[in-house]
Ligand binder design. Structure first.
Ligand code: GLU
Length: 312
């Protein structure tokens, strides 16, 4: 029977939004599988967006898409690229600027690292150096040729979100960069604008992004955009407890193919890593339940990882 909800705009959408910086590794593929399961198991559309405002490696995007399809994931509609949506981000930035909510920042990364955190701000927050610059000081910076980033003039220091796996999470909000010094809209702004514009109201991604989520939700609220439902899922780590990286052995589908492991086999191992039998994504849909998901990272050893992944 065809589920009438699928494909309907009313039901909303989930998404996967890779940065095309190289081949997807098993951690990325597992997060993509989870995002797909969360969306598809709730009758949502599943959208694919390429976050290509920075960290672009030529040729990475088609390989990423081919790998996602090879493990059995599909998506609705055309692939969307952030680099093709600059006007949308600029309009949002203009809106905040018109509302008096932005200021130019001339600080270099180094200066920010060297200055103390704002007196009442959260650790690591932008200290607000350029927040109160006089027009004369700004003019001097401009005359010196320093490129200005545009920052949000935040009026909160923290903001609470609700996450399906982490519950209520309160995190820092600071004068986040909206437009980088090179004129390109910043990731935190673009992601918020896109999710709303694409009707995405379910965001499933790695839990390394949880700390920046309150900033994004705060930005969404300032732009009067709906705040999505979040699920930040555990990462895949190497034996040293660090986030999986290329140097950790056979971490991509191409590496696994060399070891004789087909994409189907990798997909089955990913299912096992989530506590399910070694089945395909489509078969997983029947049994998928977010509440039963492992809350701990999946730790992989080198090369033998798939052979040693224990299946229930
Ligand atoms: N493009 C981001 C990344 O690959 C993810 C953005 C998101 O899921 O919000 O790290």
């Amino acid at each position: 029977m065809i589920d009438a909800r699928i494909g309907s705009d009313a039901v909303g959408a989930g998404r996967y939004a890779p940065s095309p910086s190289g081949d997807l590794h098993l951690g990325n593929l597992r997060t993509a599988l989870l995002a797909w399961l969360f969306a598809r198991s709730t009758g949502r559309r599943f959208l694919m967006r390429i976050d290509d405002l920075d960290r672009v490696r030529p040729g990475a995007e088609p390989r990423q898409l081919a790998d996602l399809a090879a493990i059995g994931l599909d998506w609705d509609g055309p692939v969307v690229r952030q680099s093709e949506r600059l006007a949308l981000y600029r309009a949002a930035i203009d809106r905040l600027t018109t509302a008096g909510r932005t200021y130019e920042c001339y600080c270099t990364r180094r200066e920010i690292q060297q200055s103390a955190t704002a007196p009442h701000g959260p650790m690591g927050a932008y200290p607000g150096t350029c927040r109160t610059l006089s027009e004369a000081a700004r003019a001097e910076h401009r005359a010196n040729g320093r490129p200005a980033a545009l920052r949000l003039r935040a009026t909160e220091t923290d903001f609470e979100i609700v996450d399906e796996l982490h519950g209520r999470f309160r995190g820092q909000v600071d004068d986040v960069v909206l437009r980088r010094g090179d004129g390109i809209p910043a990731y935190n702004l673009a992601v918020v604008v896109d999710d709303a514009a694409q009707g995405i109201e379910q965001v499933v991604r790695g839990d390394d992004l949880l700390p920046s989520t309150p900033r994004q939700a705060y930005l969404a609220s300032l732009l009067e955009l709906p705040v999505p439902q979040y699920a930040h899922v555990p990462l895949v780590l190497n034996v040293e407890g660090k986030r999986l990286a290329k140097r950790d052995g056979a971490v991509t589908l191409a590496d696994q193919a060399v070891l004789g492991n087909s994409p189907e086999r990798v997909a089955a191992a990913l299912a096992c890593s989530l506590g399910y039998p070694p089945v395909s994504p489509t078969e997983l849909l029947d049994v998928f339940a977010p509440t039963g998901l492992p809350r701990e990272p999946w730790v992989l050893d080198r090369n033998g990882l798939l052979q040693r992944t224990r299946c229930p």
